[in-house]
Design a protein around this ligand. Structure first.
Ligand code: OAD
Length: 248
């Protein structure tokens, strides 16, 4: 494990913090083999852009294509395993009296790594809902049709994720915003900090006087604003940071 010289004030802030928020993006799952949004789409989907598929309009125009794209991603997520970055975030939660993980990821890997207090700002690809009713659908009769139909109203089924142009789940975002305004330390991990309103949470924390720490191998629009920019991949940086803060 490479030894990082983390700034002592940051380690002290972690040891004394009582209220923490962690905001994550696709970068946290990159080391689990789940492609990020802004990596080139590989393989079968190389000639499609997420922005062209992850929208209600795209679904109405070509429901089979969108359903099958998500089925491919769901299968890939099912094969993925949480990585050391996910486990480090779950350990951080266990060390904090008050903790909230606000994730933009839809892969459910944080929960599989043991994170408990999680809000999914953009939904979860393993859940399905009715396109017409907007309510969850746990099961439906086996069918070769893609997308399958809602057993209640006959409308199309769709993944329970937030598409471009759709509102975030209100309660989840409200919880993340309240926590960001209360916390003493907010981590922004593995996100390009481009997509609002999730990208505004670190700014709300800064405005409320919190320490903001960014973990990313690349700089982002948030980088100039943060107190600490830890350059590197989360699967290495986060375990090393915990080891430095709590060596025993
Ligand atoms: P992006 O693909 O926009 O950004 C991924 C970020 O992770 C980039 O800043 C990378 O530098 C960084 N990264 C890559 N590998 C990493 C690693 N191993 N460790 C740490 N960071 C790493 O993904 P998001 O920021 O999550 O929204 O995108 C935000 C939203 O845009 C997504 O939730 C999705 C998309 O539109 C919806 O679907 C509504």
């Amino acid at each position: 494990m490479p030894v990082f010289g983390f700034p002592e004030p940051l380690l002290d802030a972690l040891r004394t913090a009582r209220r923490m928020v962690v905001l994550t993006g696709a970068g946290v799952s990159a080391e689990s083999g789940v492609p990020t949004f802004r990596d080139a789409q590989t393989g079968l989907w190389a000639n499609f852009k997420p922005e062209d598929l992850a929208t209600p309009g795209a679904f109405r125009r070509n429901p089979r294509l969108v359903w099958e794209w998500y089925a491919t991603r769901r299968a890939r997520v099912g094969e993925a395993q949480p990585n050391p970055g996910h486990f480090a975030i779950a350990e951080l939660e266990r060390r904090m009296p008050e903790f909230l993980l606000a994730t933009q990821n839809v892969d459910g890997l944080h929960q599989r790594a043991g994170s408990r207090n999680v809000v999914e700002l953009h939904g979860n690809i393993t859940r399905t809902k009715c396109f017409e009713e907007g309510t969850a659908v746990e099961s439906w009769p086996a069918t070769a049709e893609a997308p399958p139909h809602c057993p209640r109203c006959g409308g199309w089924l769709r993944p329970d994720v937030v598409w471009f142009g759709e509102m975030l789940p209100e309660e989840e975002f409200a919880r993340a915003l309240a926590a960001s305004r209360r916390c003493e330390v907010l981590f922004s991990v593995g996100t390009s900090a481009l997509v609002h309103p999730a990208a505004s949470l670190p700014l709300d924390a800064l405005d409320a006087g919190a320490w903001v720490v960014e973990v990313n191998p690349q700089r982002t629009p948030l980088t100039p604003r943060v107190d600490y920019f830890l350059e590197g991949v989360s699967g290495v940086i986060l375990p090393a940071l915990l080891k430095a803060a709590w060596p025993a």
